[in-house]
Ligand binder design. Sequence first.
Ligand code: UDP
Ligand code: MN
Length: 600
Amino acid sequence: MNGQRAVTVAATVFVYVVTTLFLLEILSSLVYHDRNEYGTRRKRIVKQWDMQSKPRKKADIPYLNTNQPFKYDSEKSYILDSLLQKLLKTHDRPGDDYYGFNLTRSDEILVTRDVIDERSDECKNRNFNYASLPTLSVVTPFHNEALTPLLRHVHAILSRTPPQLLMEIILVDDNSTFSYLGEDLQEYFRILDSRIRILRNKERKGLILSRLQGEEEARGEVVVFLDAHMEVCEGWAEPLLERIKNRPAIVVQAYITPIDVNTLALKTDDNVKYRGGFGWDMRYMWFPQPLYVNQFLENDWEPFPTPVLQGSCIAVRKSYFNAVGRFDPGLKIWGGEQFDLSFNVWMTGGKIETVPCSKVGHIFKDNKYSFGSEDKIYTITKNRLRVAEIWMDEFKHIVRSAVMGTHFPGRSEADFRSHFPFFTEAELKSMQDRKALRKKHNSKSFAWFLKTLMPEHKIPSREDVNSGEIRNVRTKHSFFIFEDGYIGTKGNEGGEAILVPDNTFALDKYGRLKYEDRCVGYGEWNLLVIKECPSKVGEKGFMPWTYDNNQLITFHQSMYLCATQAKSRIPIHTGQTVVQLQMCDEQNDDQRWMFMFTYG
Ligand code: UDP
Ligand code: MN
């Protein structure tokens, strides 16, 4: 009896539930007439779009009063969500390794995510006269980029740029081969916002030509070049445009903050100031902000001059960009363009600044895409030599020599020539044309650039065989000089890519290990110490340093004594890391050192 009753109750409940679900399904299909072929349910809509349903305080985002880019009716959100689900479902992609960051994590994060606004109050509370600011076009080239960061890139621009200022987003597809970057994505963008345009390159053109192509199409007064895996932060555009507004000859960049390659967190609280510069092999490098700039800055947020653009977020008035000669179109695939534009702008009377109130996140990853017919190092080297030839006058020989020694080590001149980038007649001619343009614009000399913008940058001597920071292989800490002249080692606070000019040493062809016009010798306890240079260079009794293929720095080879990093247990600099001469031992990583540059 009881059992029968329980069955009846269960059956009734079951019928009720099924009927209710059925009715709900019919109701929802009435509301959303576009059927969802992937079975996406309404809760997904809420999941992907809940940012829009959250009430936003008007005071936070004053410019969203009109034409809110994210105020969709539910039908539009529904279609977008279906398209998004389809994109994610048919997302046929290589593993995370190809992309060089945790794309799996990225795929789990909303493409419309919020990021914490960690700007200083001074940046947040600034008021702008929107009517007076120039309009902007974003130009973003992409080649086989990851899907979700690209979506996030576009969504961030749409939601964090005042609509009256954003003319368009021009995406230049540089002949991508992944199908997830095809028609469905285009359809998604078409429905998302009419200001998004996609240009498709029929053949691979590289980052520089793709940007130029996008710029040609741009209708805004200002063009901002971005990377496809960048995420602009709240209030990014206004301070850039404000800076450009009344200055005819200026190029500005945002403060680029890293998006963590593992967690995808955007770290915007990083406020240490560095400026952009170059190493002698033409790698991009960060330099600590020198006192002669720092002491004139009244606060942390005002724009400061920078010698070289970082490259991934460049804002420039379209008319000025064209007047100055754009990017050199002879640069292939990747590399060199930020040097070309930076040298050009400064040396022809313009100015480059970083605007700290404008923050843009960037995923700093290795690029693993193909470089076309040539390999990566060949292509990049060729671009670097091209820039040096056009802009660096007599200093181009240092670049050539550093490129040869650092990137093609151990090659003879003849062997090197066969691997050295080869310039065709047409390329040589186009370099001459760029130089002629430079002359026409009354460009100053590269010596002027160095003296004026980077006086602290050490210029290697023709006699140097190696130079730059001397970095230990194990600890990655570099030689520096204590106040009393002893040599110690220490790390760079900002990571590996920062060059501290005070730590620039050189080993010359005579075997002198030098710091400026003094030399490294040894003193008490066999500790390395800075001294007067020996007078009998090359003569009998002179004891040279050598740097060998095992990365040992040996003092007078027959003595088998090598520069060794060690924690001091003696009365000098007790407890600190010093450098001591000890018996050479190839297995000891504390004796293995890297010079930043080798000259060929
Ligand atoms: N890119 C491109 N074509 C290429 C190489 C790169 O369109 O042949 C794009 C790339 O997808 C990215 C931008 O150019 O949006 C900058 O490239 P990347 O991020 O690799 O440069 P990095 O940040 O490493 O300097
Ligand atoms: Mn990038």
